[in-house]
Design a protein around this ligand. Sequence first.
Ligand code: FE2
Length: 386
Amino acid sequence: MSSGIKNVEYGLEKIFEGAQDFLPLLGTDHVEFYVGNAKQAAHFYKTAFGFQSLAYAGLETGLKDRASYVLKQDKIRLVLTTALNSNSPIGEHVKKHGDGVKVIALWVDDARKAWEETTTRGAKSYMEPTVEKDEHGEVVRAGIYTYGETVHIFVERKNYKGTFLPGYREWKSDYNPTPVGLKFIDHMVGNVGWGEMNTWVKWYEDVMGFVNFLSFDDKQIHTEYSALMSKVMSNGNGRIKFPINEPAKGNKRSQIEEYLDFYEGPGAQHIAVATDDILTTVKQLRERGVEFLSAPPQAYYNEIPTRLGNHMKVVKEDLTEVAKLGILVDSDEEGYLLQIFTKPVEDRPTLFFEIIQRMGARGFGAGNFKALFESIEREQAARGTL
Ligand code: FE2
C-alpha cells in the first residue's frame, strides 16, 4: 500500500466507527469515461497527464459497438470508451452530457454480495452479477445506479491474473510519455441538483453504509456572488470518499448550477488524484499543456504563514515555488495539504481534475474555498455564465 493511502487513513478509525461493514470496499478499481473520440482522449491523458497504455478492446478484439482504451498511472486506471455506431447508449450518453464519467468502479472481494446488499437496501440495479472469463481467470462484475446516469460497478478480480478485464488485450504502444507522479484517487466529487444533497447523503448512508464525516454549508462556501453546499461521504476504511455538492442561492449563478446546466443533470464534478511531490507534478503538467485555474493574488500567499500557524514548522515546500505554480495551501488539526485545480478537461464546463498532496491533513481545503471559487468565477465570467 502506498504511503499516500496511509496518510489518508491516519487517525480516521474513530470517525468511521459508525460506518457499516456490509459493503467492504478495497479501493477504486477504475473510472470509465464515455467520450466522443476515445483514441484522441487516450492520447491527451498520456501526453498531458502522463498515463501509460495498459489495455484495449474494440473491433480487433471482437467488439462491434464500442472501443475502449485503458490507461494506468501507479494505482489509477482510467477507461476511455466511445461508441462505434449511432444506436449506442454510449453515444446517447455523450450526446446528452458531453464527455464525462459513466462508471466509478469499486474493487471488492465479493461482487455478488455487494450487489445483493446494495439492491436490497434500495439501489437500482445497472448490471446483475456477471461472470466473465478468459485464459487468465475470471472476473465477477455487478453494478448499481447512483446520481444522474452515473453508475458504480463492483469488480471482483481475486481469481484473475490478466492485464485488466476479460475481453481486453494488452495495449503495447511505442509512445510512452513519462508519468508525472500521480498515485491514486483521493476522492471523487458528485454534483447533484437543487435540494438533492441530503437525498444522496442518505442514499450513501443507507445503501452503501457510508458515513458523513465533513459538511460545509453555504455560509462557509460562498463568495460575493455564488454559493454551494457540500457533504463528504466516506466508506468504513476511508479509502473511498465521495463529497456531494448542491448549488445554493447567491447573487449570481453558482458553479454547480453551471455544471448541471452543461452536463444536463447530476454527474461527477472532479477527480482528485494524489501525488507525494506536488511541485514536480504540477510543473510537469503545466509544461505538458494542462491548464489550471488562475492563481490567487499574492495577498493569499502572504497570509499562508498566519493561516498555517504551527504547521509552518513542518512545511517542507518552498512557498515561493508554491506561489509561482499557483498551488493552494490549507491545514487542519492533523496537518496541512497542498492542492490545485485544472480547468475543465472538455469543451463543456463540466469535469475537472484536482491534484492533491496530503501532509497529514484529512480535510478538503476549506480554507481555500473562497480563493478557489473566486478563480472559478473569473472563468465563468469569461464564459458569460456567471
Ligand atoms: Fe476536491
